[in-house]
Ligand binder design. Structure first.
Ligand SMILES: Cc1cc2nc3c(=O)[nH]c(=O)nc-3n(C[C@H](O)[C@H](O)[C@H](O)COP(=O)(O)OP(=O)(O)OC[C@H]3O[C@@H](n4cnc5c(N)ncnc54)[C@H](O)[C@@H]3O)c2cc1C
Length: 460
């Protein structure tokens, strides 16, 4: 009996789940058999880093009307929630745990055996080879062959700050999104969070929620916190942009002009730019992209990735009570003192200070060291992939097809989500990833449709 065409999706977070959902739905619509194997290192299929939290105070930072899993059906999440008795409007910010449940259920609903089959595998992929189709090798020795692969690896882990880990032992939390990591830091001891972005906000909310008197210090070079979403949200504004080659200076001029014309109202301007962000990024030369990352990105991020009003109110309250203390500066050294205590030397506002804390949490955001990931390193070394021009991830063409070391498209290897940050920049949130998954599905299925190119059935 001829076997089904097959796809292996490496990385089972929201990006991998959205890819699997759109692939299986597309196959079903075409009455085509398809087997999708979704491999996740952490076994958090459909949840990944963002949606595996169990803290009900960790909210989506995007309103419910924009978070449907299905491209072309923007009311899907709202209908799903109302069908389950949740009173939700399009302008609500749902708990991320509820969204995780939604993604899991949508993923299960696209299974339609024996025609469209989804296999969930827990394991770490360490290599991807291209014999005829593709073949992935897992750390535990398993091998899975398929006709095509999708890489949905998420963000690189944050870089370890220098002079930190030595001696700090288990009191240093390298990844707050690891299962159970935040439970550990909720023992009432003071916490120093490195970074003042969205992850810091979540850590502060959880730690102070568990212990009403706990104190959280948050340290970053610029001490910039995510801005709150206004309520109601102003409508997005179309910003007139210069034609021809684009520079960061030109972009900033246009944005300042647009904000000035609206009496300082920047929110609609930022939201109006967002749908154009990928196109604008591709118009910047590699040098201009690096300039943006160096000078502008941190300001763009805090205005673009905003927090819901309820979260913003909680953060304001914690700051007013002295339970969240935001420091502008840098970490100098951290070392263990008594059992369960850390002494942390920081330089804050040009002054040396010493903090006595119980925990040190790294929330500095995605790292840029591609070689820290064995799979990515192997893909680059073997010539299957090449880093993008600014070193944030891997290079793909406009269709999400991974480019090899010689800039040729790998006809059967696709990528989506944060891995394409250097190629597209705005590629880390559900609306963008959903659109990528929807565009990828017909292209990938077309690429593997030819029976001549199918690989022999894998031995499992
Ligand atoms: C705290 C937080 C809140 C967010 N809130 C929102 C929001 O409200 N709205 C919004 O639109 N976006 C939000 N985002 C953006 C978010 O990044 C995306 O929505 C999405 O979660 C990205 O998913 P991903 O699958 O690409 O990455 P991840 O969630 O990181 O998943 C990648 C998965 O791949 C696995 N993996 C990696 N390498 C391998 C390998 N070699 N072998 C096997 N498995 C591997 C990892 O274990 C991981 O489970 C948020 C992000 C974070 C971190």
């Amino acid at each position: 009996m001829p076997r089904s065409p097959s796809v292996v999706v490496v990385g089972g977070g929201a990006s991998g789940a959205l890819a699997a959902i759109h692939l299986l739905r597309h196959a079903r619509a075409r009455a085509m058999p398809l087997e999708v194997t979704l491999i996740d290192r952490d076994g958090r299929h459909a949840l990944g880093q963002a949606y595996s939290t169990t803290d009900p105070h960790h909210l989506l930072n995007t309103t419910a009307d924009k978070m449907s899993a299905l491209d072309g059906d923007h009311g899907h999440l709202l209908r799903w929630a109302r069908d389950r008795g949740l009173e939700v409007t399009g302008s609500d910010y749902l708990p991320r745990s509820v969204y995780g449940r939604y993604l899991r259920e949508v993923l299960s609903a696209v299974e339609n055996p024996p025609a469209q089959v989804l296999r969930r595998v827990t394991g770490t992929v360490i290599a991807l080879e291209r014999p005829h189709g593709v073949s992935v090798r897992l750390l535990d020795g398993r091998r899975i062959d398929a006709d095509a692969a999708v890489l949905a690896l998420g963000n690189r882990p944050p870089a370890a700050p220098p002079r930190v880990v030595e001696g700090t032992g288990a009191r240093y939390v390298a990844d707050p999104w690891k299962t159970g990591a935040l439970d550990r830091v909720c023992d009432g001891a003071p916490v120093l969070v490195l970074g003042t972005g969205l992850t810091m906000v979540d850590v502060a909310v959880t730690v102070t929620g568990a212990h009403p008197k706990a104190v959280v210090y948050a340290l970053s070079r610029h001490a910039l916190l995510p801005r709150p979403h206004p309520h109601p949200l102003p409508p997005p504004v179309t910003v007139p942009l210069p034609s021809g080659p684009l520079t960061v200076a030109g972009l900033l001029r246009a944005v300042r002009l647009a904000v000035g014309e609206r009496g300082g109202e920047w929110c609609g301007v930022v939201d109006g730019l967002r749908p154009q962000a990928q196109a604008l990024w591709t118009r910047l030369s590699p040098e201009e992209r690096r300039r943006f990352l160096r000078l502008v990105a941190r300001y763009w991020e805090v205005h673009r990735h905003r927090i819901p009003p309820a979260t913003a109110a909680r953060i304001a309250e914690l700051r007013a009570q002295g339970q969240l203390r935001v420091l502008r500066g840098r970490l100098v050294r951290a070392s263990a003192t008594a059992p369960g205590r850390l002494r942390v030397d920081v330089e804050a506002d040009g002054t040396a200070a010493e903090l006595d804390v119980g925990w040190l949490v790294n929330a500095t955001g995605p790292g840029a060291d591609l070689t820290a990931d064995p799979l990515v390193a192997a893909l680059v070394t073997g010539g299957t992939a090449r880093p993008d021009a600014v070193g944030l991830g891997l290079e793909a063409d406009s269709r999400g097809v991974l480019l090899d070391g010689d800039d040729r498209p790998n006809a059967r290897i696709f990528a989506l989500g944060p891995l394409l940050r250097g190629s597209l920049y705005e590629t880390t949130a559900v609306p963008e990833i959903r659109a990528q998954a929807a565009a990828l599905a017909p292209r990938l299925i077309e690429a593997i449709a030819s029976p001549v190119l199918l690989v022999p059935r894998p031995s499992r």
